[in-house]
Design a protein around this ligand. Structure first.
Ligand SMILES: [Zn+2]
Length: 202
């Protein structure tokens, strides 16, 4: 079951790559239709289909995080800083470039084989975090209530000492307890009580 899901995923990704290539090919054949190119022509005419496709093939070989960084570096290069207090200019805040040639946004998206929504998400990411990796969920972040390592060590040492002083060893092996060296605290030693002692000790 798992194997077939994996195969499906691989196939989906391959199909996705094929559809990106097909889309870029069509885009280059139709032309972008803007007037930002040389002599007010469309900017896509400045590049051959082969050049653009080669770039897309390279981008498709990159991981998502790697391509994100390429796009973020571009965003940093072509985003003007908005000066507060100054009247908002009508012109778009970006001037997309490829090999020093001015290009339109559509051309840029096709050059890297990315969707409008992914570009938009990266613009927002750049505005709040600058050039940094987008990390999903909390895979690398500690939970907000996690204690620093040093405090964890203190708690561990305290509990160990506390148990040495106050706990009794269970007499022999008790059914239901896997470990034979379980130490039992008196029922008067509640969590609150132990916590108070810890605070007093620190
Ligand atoms: Zn264009």
């Amino acid at each position: 079951m798992e194997e077939s899901t994996r195969e499906e995923l691989d196939r989906d990704q391959a199909e996705n790559k094929d559809s990106i290539i097909a889309k870029v090919q069509k885009f280059m054949q139709d032309g972008c239709g803007c007037r930002q190119g040389l002599k007010s022509g469309q900017c896509s005419d400045q590049f051959t289909e082969e050049t653009i496709l080669n770039n897309v093939y390279n981008c498709l070989e990159l991981s998502q995080a790697e391509l994100d960084l390429v796009i973020l570096a571009n965003i940093q290069a072509f985003t003007a800083i908005e000066v507060t207090g100054e009247k908002r200019k009508r012109s778009p805040p970006y001037s997309f470039l490829h090999q020093s040639q001015s290009i339109c946004k559509e051309m840029f998206l096709n050059l890297y084989g990315i969707s409008k929504s992914r570009f938009q998400r990266l613009v927002e990411h750049y505005q709040s975090r600058g050039i940094s990796l987008r990390i999903h969920g909390n895979s690398k972040k500690l939970p907000h209530n996690a204690l620093p390592l040093a405090v964890n060590e203190d708690v561990k040492n305290f509990l160990s000492n506390y148990a040495d002083e106050n706990a009794v060893l269970l007499p022999g092996r008790i059914p239901g307890f896997k470990s034979g060296d379980i130490r039992l605290l008196s029922s008067s030693d509640t969590k609150t009580h132990v916590c108070k002692s810890f605070k007093l000790a620190c």
